[in-house]
Every structure is written in structure tokens, then in C-alpha cells.
Design a protein around this ligand. Sequence first.
Ligand SMILES: NC(=O)c1ccc[n+]([C@@H]2O[C@H](COP(=O)([O-])OP(=O)(O)OC[C@H]3O[C@@H](n4cnc5c(N)ncnc54)[C@H](O)[C@@H]3O)[C@@H](O)[C@H]2O)c1
Length: 253
Amino acid sequence: MGLKGKTVIVTGGARGIGQKYCLKLASEGANVVCADILDPAETVKLVEEAGGVCMGVHVDITDVASTEAMARAAFDRFGAIDALVNNAALYGGLKMAPFYELDEDEWDKVFRINVKGTWHVCKAVFPYMKEKGGSIINISSTSIIQGVPLLCHYVASKGAVWSMTRTLANELGEYNIRVNSVTIGYTLTDASMSLSDNKEDFDANYNRNISDRALKRGMMPDDVVGTIAFLASDDSAFITGQNLNVDGGSTHY
Ligand SMILES: NC(=O)c1ccc[n+]([C@@H]2O[C@H](COP(=O)([O-])OP(=O)(O)OC[C@H]3O[C@@H](n4cnc5c(N)ncnc54)[C@H](O)[C@@H]3O)[C@@H](O)[C@H]2O)c1
């Protein structure tokens, strides 16, 4: 898919869907940088066992210096940054609750990581992309189209990621840097499965998601990795400022 020898940073690649992005991008020939606040060692090992190239980097995307160090480390190792997958977010660990019960500190933390953190990482890679061009992929969520209840802070933050994508695409087009977002449907990961401690609530949410879909099955991380590889590659060279909605037909947007 035109990724051979390209360097792709995946934030939040230590677990969940981000880990699957690292595996897919490496299998397509990319040099992958798995950047996370958690230890990326497991992802690095899995990619290498599969014959791919992966460097692990510790990053806290809420910290500007940390994102700059991440970008520098990627460039020093591979000599370029061709694509960035802004996947890191505060999602795992959140608990569903009515908007009037959400904790104010948690609201701020969701925005600090999901919105401001995404902005920080874009700024950190820009100096390395502006000569040669590149592709930035921001991970949003189908929940912004559905207006999923009981996660108001998270849904609002992913709406901000979606709209920030359009502004960045317009600002960065002159550098041949493409910026797109992907709204992802409810996907089975440890994070999504822990949003509710109550099995009945979980089952109701899960079953509603399946019955709403044109494709009547649960969505797995592997259902979205191909879209990310496509957007990172030159196969999507004239696509920018767009959103790809990968949700099995839950929403038609
Ligand atoms: N699972 C779903 O149903 C679903 C649906 C739509 C969108 N998404 C989005 O997909 C992405 C991955 O979801 P997931 O289910 O794998 O969740 P997850 O919580 O397992 O993954 C988030 C990753 O981000 C990392 N992270 C958090 N804060 C960080 C920080 N300050 N600096 C660096 N890394 C940080 C975490 O360590 C983790 O590896 C998220 O952006 C999520 O919002 C998930």
C-alpha cells in the first residue's frame, strides 16, 4: 500500500486499537514509532516478531516538550516523519455518567489529552513534515454523530478533534501535508468494555450498537486498520480535510 520505508508515528500505540495500527502499518512496510505514556515494549515485541520495524517512545501528549522529544527521536532514528496517527486519548478508564454528574477535573483532563494533546503532537511533527509533506490522521468517534449519551466530555472532545482536522487541513495544504479524521464505531477493546461496570448496561449498549448497524456484528480493531494504512499511504494522496466513517453502517454520514 505504498508504505514501504515510510515512517509513521502512532500515539497511544501501547495497547488497544493503537497496537493494531502499529502491527498493520509495519506489515505494510512502514517504520513504526509506537509512542505512549504506557510502556510500548509489548507492541515493539509483537511488531518485531511479525518481521516489522518498530521503535518505542515514551510520550505524554499533554506535555509540549515530551511531544517535541518524541518527534525528534523518530526523526533521528528514521530520518523522516511521513505520517502521524493521533490515536492517544483518554478513553479507557472513563465511566459513563449523566452530564450533570461528570467530574469537572475529569472533563478538563479529557480535553487536555484528547484535544490539546492532539494539537501538541501536530505541532511537534510539523517541522519534520513541512519540507516533504505528510499525512496526519486524527482518530475521532462515531459517537459524535450519534450523540452517544453518558459520555458528554468524551463525545465533545472527539467533536473538537473532527473540526480541528478541517482547519489543519486548510492551514497545512500548502506544505502538502494532508489531514484527515476517522470516526470509529463502537469497537471491542479493553477500554470500551470497561466503560460500564454493569453487565446489563454493557450488553444493552453492545446489542444496540449491533442492531443499529447495516453490518450486523461487533466491530473489532482489525475492521479499521486498513483505513488507517490507506490514509497514511500515497494511495490517498489527494484526500485531505475529510472524515472517513468506519462503523459498519451504524450512521450514514
Ligand atoms: N474502542 C472504541 O469503541 C472506540 C470508538 C471510537 C473511537 N475510539 C478511539 O480510538 C482510540 C483508541 O481507543 P482504545 O479503545 O484502544 O482505547 P485505549 O484507552 O486502550 O487507548 C488509548 C491509548 O492512549 C494512551 N494515552 C492516554 N493518555 C495519553 C497521554 N497523555 N500521552 C500518551 N498516550 C496516552 C493510552 O495509554 C492508550 O494506550 C482512542 O482515540 C479512542 O477515543 C475508540
